[in-house]
Design a protein around this ligand. Structure first.
Ligand SMILES: NC(=O)c1ccc[n+]([C@@H]2O[C@H](COP(=O)([O-])OP(=O)(O)OC[C@H]3O[C@@H](n4cnc5c(N)ncnc54)[C@H](O)[C@@H]3O)[C@@H](O)[C@H]2O)c1
Length: 246
C-alpha cells in the first residue's frame, strides 16, 4: 500500500459528504473532495488547515463519465499516488414529485446524478484497487430505496445503488475490496432543510431516538466501514437512522 491512504469523497462541498471528508482527514487519510459546486476547493483548504491532512477539492460533474475520468487523473496527480484506497460515492440530489406530475427531466436528472454517478466513479478506481489487492467502496443510498411517495425517481436510483453494491461486492471480494451501502434516515443537511417544517416534524415523530441525525452520525459509520476493522464486511446495506424504519 502507498504510504498514506487516499480517499475520494463525492458531493463533499457540504452536508454528509463534507462531514465524511472531515472525519477521514482526522484519521490522517488524504482526501480528494469532488463536487459540482466550486466551493469544494475552499472546503478542501479549510479542512486541511483544521486537520493537518492533505486535502484537495476538485470540480466534477459525477453524472458525466468524462468529467469523472478527468477528476480521477487529476486526483492521482495532485495526491502523488497511483491508485486510491477508498471511494465514497456520496453525491446525490432529489427532485421530488408525485409520479403523475413527474417530468422526464426530473426523472433523468436524479437517475443520472444518483445512479450513473456510482458507475462513473467506481469505474475509475477499481482497476487500481485490484492491482494492490485492497480497497474500500461505500455507496450512500437512502432508506427511500424501499419506496417513498413522491420519490419514484430517487427510490429507483437508490435501489439501483443497492443492486450495484451487492453485485460488485461479490465480484471484488477476491481482491480484498469491500463494497457496502449506507442508508441515512433523516439527516440535517441542506437537502433536508429544504423540506417543509410540517414534514420535518412528521419525520421526527417517526424516529425512535427522537432527534434528527447529524452528518457526523453518517460520517462516523462510514469511517468504520473503510477501516481495517471492517475488512470482513462486504455487500451489506446499513441504515443510519436512529431506529427509524420506512
Ligand atoms: N440528508 C438526508 O437525510 C439523506 C437521507 C438519505 C440519503 N441521503 C443521501 O446522502 C447523500 C448526501 O446528501 P446530503 O443531504 O448531504 O445532500 P446535500 O444536498 O446537502 O449535498 C449533496 C452534495 O452533492 C453535490 N452534487 C450534486 N450534484 C452533483 C453532481 N452532478 N456532481 C457532483 N456533485 C454533485 C452538491 O453540490 C452537494 O454539495 C446523497 O446521496 C443523498 O441522497 C441524504
Amino acid at each position: 500500500m502507498q504510504e498514506k491512504n487516499v480517499a475520494i469523497v463525492t458531493g463533499s462541498a457540504r452536508g454528509i459528504g463534507r462531514a465524511i471528508a472531515n472525519k477521514l482527514a482526522t484519521k490522517g487519510i488524504h482526501v480528494a473532495l469532488g463536487d459540482i459546486d466550486p466551493a469544494v476547493v475552499e472546503v478542501g483548504k479549510q479542512i486541511s488547515e483544521q486537520t493537518g491532512s492533505k486535502l484537495e477539492g476538485f470540480v466534477v460533474d459525477v453524472k458525466d463519465y468524462n468529467s469523472c475520468s478527468n477528476f480521477y487523473r487529476n486526483v492521482l496527480s495532485a495526491m502523488e499516488c497511483d491508485h486510491v484506497d477508498i471511494l465514497v460515492n456520496n453525491a446525490g440530489i432529489n427532485r421530488d414529485a408525485l409520479f403523475v406530475n413527474m417530468t422526464e427531466q426530473q426523472w433523468d436528472e436524479v437517475i443520472k446524478v444518483d445512479l450513473y454517478s456510482v458507475f462513473n466513479c467506481t469505474k475509475q478506481v477499481v482497476p487500481g484497487m485490484i492491482k494492490v489487492n485492497h480497497g474500500r467502496i461505500v455507496n450512500v443510498s437512502s432508506m427511500s430505496w424501499l419506496g417513498n411517495v413522491g420519490q419514484a425517481n430517487y427510490s429507483a436510483a437508490k435501489a439501483g445503488v443497492i443492486g450495484f453494491t451487492k453485485t460488485l461486492s461479490k465480484e471484488l471480494a477476491r481482491y480484498n475490496i469491500t463494497v457496502n451501502a449506507v442508508c441515512p434516515g433523516f439527516i440535517d443537511t441542506p437537502m433536508t432543510r429544504a423540506v417543509p417544517e410540517n414534514i420535518r416534524q412528521k419525520f421526527l415523530d417517526r424516529i425512535p431516538m427522537r432527534r434528527i441525525g447529524l452528518p457526523e452520525d453518517v460520517a462516523n459509520f462510514v469511517s468504520l466501514l473503510v477501516s481495517e476493522e471492517a475488512s470482513y464486511v462486504t455487500g451489506e446495506v446499513i441504515n443510519i437512522s436512529g431506529g427509524m424504519t420506512i
